[in-house]
Design a protein around this ligand. Structure first.
Ligand SMILES: NC(=O)c1ccc[n+]([C@@H]2O[C@H](COP(=O)([O-])OP(=O)(O)OC[C@H]3O[C@@H](n4cnc5c(N)ncnc54)[C@H](OP(=O)(O)O)[C@@H]3O)[C@@H](O)[C@H]2O)c1
Length: 260
């Protein structure tokens, strides 16, 4: 006998911001587990590069230039994804931006709005369009799906100089919990992933400075930065039938940082 739920053959996964960083870590594992994948990002060159890297997996890869902070682009992106891949079983609302500020009282309104546009509006439209598809699909007897919001530890810890970002991530958790309750009847589950300190372009500044190396990373029990590949297993699990009864939770992936 073999345990097969992690075989994603026949399933389709959509990852926003899937062309690099944590998103690509998830995309790569999803494709290697057999899922066809859709990658959305604003940079077409990066999208194409990610697709090229996945060539050997043999799955269908669909990329599209979608700025998730633009409602029409998300609506059209979902339409084209469905046209090209036929369905969407799991959605990872992962695209995000982070802008540092010297202090909360120096944070300008433009940065605040830009952060909300991608990290909150973008997640709202991505999840809404995905839920709409899953409900429609279920009306034809094809029930089920997995909605995933990529939040952050910033949502639950005091994030000094990062309040706009933290507020969007707290909102992602709330949105996901509402979806878990509302769409459970369609066998659609919804969960949030909370990454800790992960080595991606977003944290390039912190990786380059000595403060993090001396004061933060030694406080991570696993004693290293997280890597995009650390999110592959979680993505495959949440896209798979193994997580069919797992809904409404916040899953921390931080090497133990938050409990130390
Ligand atoms: N790195 C960390 O330590 C950390 C910790 C906690 C949470 N997170 C969260 O994890 C997620 C991924 O972060 P990351 O570290 O992997 O960041 P990253 O390396 O900077 O990648 C960000 C991704 O989002 C895409 N993106 C940005 N703006 C977009 C937009 N308007 N529309 C569509 N796609 C957009 C980018 O693609 P394009 O360049 O093509 O637009 C890229 O693929 C984010 O939500 C972030 O807040 C990260």
């Amino acid at each position: 006998m073999t345990y097969t739920p992690f075989d994603l053959s026949g399933k389709v996964a959509l990852v926003t911001g899937g062309n690099r960083g944590i998103g690509y870590g998830m995309v790569e594992a999803l494709a290697q587990a057999g899922a066809d994948v859709a990658i959305w990002g604003t940079n077409e060159e990066r999208n194409a590069q990610a697709a090229a890297q996945l060539k050997d997996t043999g799955v269908k890869v669909f990329t599209r230039k979608v700025d998730v902070s633009n409602e029409q682009e998300v609506v059209d992106g979902m339409g084209e994804t469905l046209k090209n891949l036929g369905r969407v079983d799991s959605v990872f609302a992962n695209a995000g931006v982070g802008f540092g500020s010297p202090s909360f009282h120096d944070m300008d309104t433009e940065t605040y709005r830009k952060t909300l546009g991608v990290n909150l509006d973008g997640v709202f439209w991505t999840l809404r369009e995905s839920a709409r598809h899953m409900v429609e699909r279920s009306g034809k007897g094809d029930v089920g799906g997995s909605l995933v919001g990529v939040a952050s530890l910033a949502a639950i810890e005091g994030a000094a100089r990062n309040q706009a970002y933290a507020a969007t991530k707290g909102a992602v958790i709330s949105m996901i919990k509402g979806c878990a309750v509302e769409y459970g009847r369609y066998k659609v589950r919804a969960n949030a992933i909370l990454p800790g300190w992960i080595a991606t372009d977003m944290t390039a500044g912190a990786q380059a400075g000595s403060a993090f190396a001396e004061k933060v990373i030694p406080r991570v029990p696993i004693r290293r930065w997280g890597e995009p590949a650390d999110f592959g297993g979680m993505a495959v699990y949440l896209a798979s039938d193994a997580s069919a009864y797992h809904s409404g939770t916040t899953m921390i992936v931080d090497g133990g940082y938050s409990i130390f």
